[in-house]
Design a protein around this ligand. Structure first.
Ligand code: CS2
Ligand code: MN
Length: 356
């Protein structure tokens, strides 16, 4: 594996490349052109400028998270073909610049959903948390406005104000989209982009839905072992793979994460490894420190499973706690993610040495 950190880019992230460079073992960043909108073509010049900035700091771009998918593709509107063409152009430009891993998700309207962005934890840190009762009783527009207001002034990934200013229209547009439709629209998209991925050796890594069940009555299709395998099989090309996100799949305790990992060698192209503390399974959970004993998951078993399948892709700590008074995008501060990276590196070193 290759340890990385997510970086949103100058002007969008409170964390600088110089600081990331000082986390032991972190070789690269997972980044994006944060100012682009879903559906836009990423120009080669803009990609190159980003790459040069990262490389000047002694790091590499280990992958993109995310090239977001335009809603028309997810909904399956006739206009999707134009947006798919634009996506292909973006992949070509990334491929020309030597970037070979692209993370994306296929969640309608929202990216991840959390009901509190700064829940105090027993140790005095704050974390993102989820309460199903809140989701069941709140209007999506109010929910979006609250989330936006609590993000410390940062634009959070997947929560772009320009798009979500139209939450109601977006919901209407998805009104008749069933899970089967959404799945078919994903397959249509993947089939269209695979030749480009083959040409440039780009690994596509779909991010699981978070949480791993329908929220606000929106369809969900990447929630567990069965539907992930269905997706991999529907477009059975090694470039069609998964972002193994423990914090997303792990929202549903029926998901046995080490088992999921072992069931798809060669198809996990990226890993997000973090821990959750469950209070009421399926209803109430919060994020935790990466350490196994701080939450519900056995992080050793997760890293061991990745090691056992010979995982060589980029890995990153995912959401961290906010600690030591840091002011940052919720989930994306420096300190706790740096601790997470060190811990995961330590587990990996021990697993590697003891498996010789
Ligand atoms: C991320 C997702 O913050 C997170 O939970 O893992 O926002 C992820 O970047 C997207 O779903 C991928 O498109
Ligand atoms: Mn994730």
């Amino acid at each position: 594996m290759k340890m990385t950190l997510r970086w949103f880019g100058t002007g969008y992230d409170s964390v600088t490349l110089d600081k990331i460079r000082q986390i032991p073992g972190v070789k690269g960043v997972i980044t994006t052109l944060y100012s682009t909108k879903p559906g836009e073509v990423w120009t080669r010049e803009a990609i190159r400028a980003l790459k040069e900035e990262v490389e000047a700091a002694g790091l590499e771009i280990s992958g993109i998270e995310s090239v977001n998918i335009h809603d028309d593709i997810k909904i399956g509107l006739p206009t999707r073909d134009q947006y798919i063409e634009n996506y292909i152009k973006t992949l070509e430009n990334l491929g020309e610049e030597g970037i070979k891993m692209v993370c994306y998700n296929f969640m309608p309207v929202f990216d991840w959903t959390r009901t509190d962005l700064a829940k105090p934890r027993h140790d005095g840190s704050t974390v993102l948390s989820y309460d199903q009762n809140v989701v069941d009783s709140i209007d999506p527009q109010v929910f979006f406005d609250q989330t936006d207001a609590n993000s410390n002034g940062f634009v959070m990934p997947g929560w772009e104000p320009e798009r979500l200013a139209h939450v109601k229209e977006l919901f209407d547009a998805y009104k008749n989209v069933t899970e089967e439709d959404l799945f078919n629209n994903l397959v249509y998209f993947l089939k269209a982009i695979m030749p480009t991925c083959d040409k440039y050796d780009i690994n596509m890594a779909i991010h699981p839905d978070d949480p791993a069940w329908p929220v606000f009555n929106l369809p969900r299709i990447i929630t567990g072992k069965e539907n992930i395998h269905r997706m991999l099989k529907a477009v059975d090309n090694p470039h069609n793979g998964l972002t193994l996100c423990t914090g997303s799949l792990g929202t549903n305790l029926d998901n046995d994460i080490p088992d999921i990992i072992r069931s798809m060698p060669g198809r996990i192209h990226f890993a997000h490894v973090r821990n959750l503390q469950h209070w009421i399974p399926g209803k109430l959970f919060e994020e935790a420190a990466h350490l196994s004993s701080d939450g519900t998951f056995d992080m050793y078993e997760i890293m061991k499973a990745l090691h056992d399948i010979g995982f060589e892709g980029p890995i990153r700590p995912d959401h961290g706690r906010t600690v030591w008074g840091e002011v940052c995008m919720p989930g994306y501060g420096l300190y706790d993610r740096a601790m997470g990276a060190c811990y995961l590196n330590g587990l990996w070193e021990a697993i590697e040495k003891s498996s010789k």
